[in-house]
Design a protein around this ligand. Sequence first.
Ligand SMILES: [Zn+2]
Length: 249
Amino acid sequence: MDQHAVGDNAPGGHPAKNEAPTVPGYSHPSARDLDVLSRQLGRPVRDVVEIPARCVCGNPLVAATSPRLSNGTPFPTTFYLTHPVITSAVSRLEAAGLMNRMNERLAEDSGLAASYRAAHDAYLVSRAEIGERSGIGAVPEIDGISAGGMPTRVKCLHVLVGHSLAAGPGVNPLGDEALEAISEWWTADRCYCDGAWDTGGEAPSQDLSRHGPQGLPEIVGRPAPVRNTQKHAEENHADEKTDSTEAAQ
Ligand SMILES: [Zn+2]
């Protein structure tokens, strides 16, 4: 059952030093998962504790980051969309202004606002469960803080889509809508991995841990890079690697 870290479930049952104990049944991302994630993102990944959504072929679509990074920093953005085909499709929706319309609807439609608030609550529950399973435990500094603008605003569609893919349909209404809206470019029933990232050579390995996460709120400090073309760029939005990749081609 255990396919990873030496020492985690070593004979004798003593967790390795500096490794949090995990609960039985917990499945750590494999070395291959981490390799694919770093290629998808074009940078090394850190503190990824689970792969909550996968392509039909098995490749990761979403990475779950520990609610507390290994340097001790509380980290509220649990679900990070990694598949380049999906991230670039979602960026198209953002560029087309979908978030503005969603925010207008949240202000007018109390039913939608209530389901969106429920999605925020579900996000917090999932994060607590992941913290529990991965041996991180509670992270009180980020109690009540989710991501992506939840519970009342939409600030990052990538966060909502990552949540929807991780949670399955019916949990995050606006993430579900965004997934529906990218069906022209990506659907769950097919593999879109071929050619979506560089599979040759070494995976990115230098330490780029200061990257700006998707929808990271102010609590964790450093703002993410700003995209001038986006109206919401001032709101700690992610630096979308796919944009620079496309621009470089
Ligand atoms: Zn695939």
